[in-house]
Design a protein. Structure first.
Length: 116
């Protein structure tokens, strides 16, 4: 059974940093790209970053370029999102997502709040 479990969210001041983690159970982590999404109150869920299976290529939404870094450790079945220079508009629930050939898997999300 595939499960995604995020952690690392919290309250941080503007300009601060956080590192999110997503642990993926099941035997598919190394076979598909992994994504971070976020959803702010009243807004649609949006793609933040994506990383290929070997970690060699990453995609970033324009609103996080040069501030966020996605990485993965295939030995630990874990994908990370390093967030720096955080802004109040980064406040959202952050979700990990993985798609195989048949299903889309989501984690439960982790809340990130950027506020002074």
């Amino acid at each position: 059974q595939v499960q995604l479990v995020e952690s690392g969210g919290g309250l941080v001041q503007p300009g601060g940093s956080l590192r999110l983690s997503c642990v993926v159970s099941g035997n598919i982590f190394n076979r598909y790209p992994t994504n971070w999404y976020r959803q702010a109150p009243g807004r649609q869920r949006e793609l933040v970053a994506r990383i290929t299976t070997d970690g060699s290529t990453a995609y970033y939404a324009d609103f996080v370029k040069d501030r966020f870094t996605i990485s993965r450790d295939n030995a630990k079945n874990t994908v990370y999102l390093e967030m720096s220079s955080l802004k109040p508009e980064d406040t959202a629930v952050y979700y990990c997502r993985l798609d195989d050939l048949y299903y889309t898997y989501w984690g439960q999300g982790t809340q990130v709040t950027v506020s002074s």
